[in-house]
Every structure is written in C-alpha cells, then in structure tokens.
Design a protein around this ligand. Structure first.
Ligand SMILES: [Zn+2]
Length: 213
C-alpha cells in the first residue's frame, strides 16, 4: 500500500466559513505544515487556460462541488511524494467516498470538526477578503486589515472570491450538511474525531494543545 510518509496528518472538517482556512494558514505559517486546500487548488487551476480549468470554473461559479474522481486525483497528485512534513488537509475529504480513497494512501492522525453557528458563517463568508499574493485571509467584520482593503504583509489590494455570494453560500451549506454527517460517523468509528466549538484565539490555543505544538 502506498502511504504518505508524514510526521503528522491533521484533517479539518467544518462548513465553508467555519475557519478551516484560518487554522490551516496558522499551522502553515507558525509550524511549517504543508497546507493542502482543495478550494485553493481548484481556484488555481481555474486561472489556467484549459478544458479542465473551464470545467472547474463552471462548477464553482454555480456553487456546485467538483466531482469525487477529479478531486481524489488532484489531491493524491499533491500529497504523494511529499516526505517528512506535517500536513493539514482543508476541505478534503468532504464525503465518505473521498475519505475511503484517502485512507488507502494516507494515515490521518487528527480530525478536527469546527462547529460554528450558521449566521456567523454567512457573515464570515460575505465579509471575507483574501490577499492574492500571500493568501492571508481577512474579514471586513471580524479581522480588518490595518490599511483598508490592503494586505498587512505585502500591501497588495485584497480580493473577494467570485463564489462568495449569499446564493452560492446557501447552496454550499446545504451540500455540506448532506455529506458531513456520514463523514463524522466514519471518523468517530476510527476514534480520531474531535468536535471543536471554540473560536478565535481560544480555538488556536486548543489546537496547539491537542497537537502538542
Ligand atoms: Zn499579502
């Protein structure tokens, strides 16, 4: 069996806007984790000029999800071969089929399920701004940059994702609920599932404590 040769593999579950990206970015910047975000991966591909790019662009703009076969293939290509590095998976797997696929070549150590109320999630997504250079995430309600609409680190103008609209968010939340519960059950049975309800600084502290960082 093919295996990822990692020190630690952490998987983040949670609705869109639950804070997976923030936690993953933190682990990447502070502790050098390799951060694999499928959403980011898809958006990178859409910038290319190819049949695959157009296909993915159409799916994302309609608020739909990229199919399992394509997602699995892209994730595996990005994971296998990266040795001796801690890994954080953000946005993958999002259903049991993907989880079973991942299980064939990668052993997961921790599964954190970030549980946040839906009204907070909607505000987080609507207010989200991202630096296209360093990928730092800001929010016009919760985490404002020092200078309006500019990144704190490289002063680049922040952008809003095309798919961060109220209509697509509601669709994404619906899709998410449909597939998440079986995934929770799947990881509970494996004994590596942990529900997390804290937010902000306390959430970070809790995760550091569990991972013994
Ligand atoms: Zn930046």
């Amino acid at each position: 069996m093919l295996r990822c040769d990692k020190k630690m593999v952490v998987l983040l579950l949670g609705a869109p806007g639950a804070g997976k990206g923030t936690i993953a970015n933190f682990l990447e910047k502070e502790y050098g984790f390799f951060h694999l975000a499928t959403g980011q991966l898809f958006r990178q591909i859409t910038k290319q000029n190819s049949v695959l790019a157009n296909k993915i662009k159409k799916i994302i703009n309609a608020g739909k999800l990229v199919n399992d076969t394509l997602t699995n293939k892209l994730v595996k290509n990005n994971l296998v071969g990266k040795k001796a590095e801690n890994i954080v998976l953000d946005g993958y797997p999002r259903n049991v089929m993907q989880a079973k696929y991942l299980n064939k070549f990668c052993k997961i150590d921790y599964v954190f399920d970030l549980c946040v109320k839906e009204n907070i999630i909607i505000k987080r997504i609507i207010g989200r701004r991202i630096c296209p250079i360093c990928q730092t995430i800001y929010n016009i309600y919760y985490k404002k940059p020092k200078q309006w609409n500019h990144c704190n680190f490289d002063h680049h103008i922040l952008i809003k994702r095309d798919d961060d609209t109220i209509q697509t968010i509601k669709l994404r939340l619906q899709e998410y609920k449909k597939f998440n519960q079986p995934l929770v059950t799947y990881y509970q049975k494996k004994g590596i599932y942990k529900k997390i309800t804290l937010m902000g600084k306390r959430l970070i502290t809790q995760i550091e404590k569990i991972l013994k960082l």
